[in-house]
Design a protein around this ligand. Structure first.
Ligand SMILES: N[C@@H](CCC(=O)N[C@@H](CS)C(=O)NCC(=O)O)C(=O)O
Length: 210
């Protein structure tokens, strides 16, 4: 049985990246195994055909939030979850919004079309990009407003919420639409570059260049 968390997934996945950053922030080495959604590797599978899946100390956990919270509680190192109830609610609110709304506009609507489709030899769907970029710009405005009032999404300390959102911002910044939108929000941009400058982010950035 491995004494390091084993993370199964695809390197470009924002969810996988968040989990890898959680390990790095806790000062915990991990092993990453490439497994496509729906795949089975070394007996590990996600029953709903998604990634990541994590195996650690003989237990298998899927769903990023469950994995992140588990690792944060189990591993030594600085806590990535607030002690305060209101800040915890704020953290949960932003993780939920990231997974349910921001991922859809930024990754599914923009990044998949602008960056991934051409890699597959397909033309990006400009209507989809334009529709989702407009939604994304509004969402970025909401996030920027929060970050004008507090250093991180849930308050004065970095939490899991920041680790869930930062990989999305990394990918949108690689698109012309995302880059232009981020230029409108210097506070959000500063927050992102603060996270992107951390060792945990740099050590887990996907090797792929687009
Ligand atoms: N609720 C899941 C979502 C994970 C997820 O959607 N992962 C993407 C990769 S970033 C995936 O597996 N997509 C495959 C698909 O949608 O079929 C979690 O939080 O872990």
């Amino acid at each position: 049985m491995s004494d390091r968390p084993q993370i199964f997934g695809i390197p470009t996945s924002t969810y996988c990246w968040t989990i890898r950053m959680v390990c790095a922030e806790k000062g915990q080495d991990h092993d990453f195994f490439e497994m496509i959604p729906g795949g089975v590797l070394d007996g590990v599978r996600h029953p709903f055909a998604r990634v990541p899946v994590m195996r650690y100390r003989g237990v298998v956990i899927y769903e990023s939030l469950a994995i992140a919270r588990y690792l944060d509680r189990e591993l030594p190192g600085p806590s990535l979850q607030p002690a305060d109830s209101f800040e915890t609610a704020r953290m949960d609110q932003w993780i939920s919004a990231t997974s349910d709304y921001l991922y859809d506009s930024m990754i599914t609507g923009l990044v998949t079309q602008r960056l991934v489709a051409p890699l597959d030899g397909q033309l990006p769907n400009e209507d989809v990009i334009s529709e989702h970029s407009a939604i994304m710009r509004e969402q970025l405005g909401v996030i920027d407003e929060i970050l004008c009032r507090s250093r991180y999404l849930a308050g004065g300390t970095m939490t899991l919420a920041d680790l869930f959102l930062a990989p999305l911002i990394y990918w949108i910044e690689k698109t012309p639409e995302g880059e232009e939108a981020l230029d409108m929000y210097p506070t959000l941009k500063r927050w992102f570059h603060g996270i992107a400058g951390r060792e945990s982010f740099k050590a887990t950035t996907p090797a792929i260049r687009v």
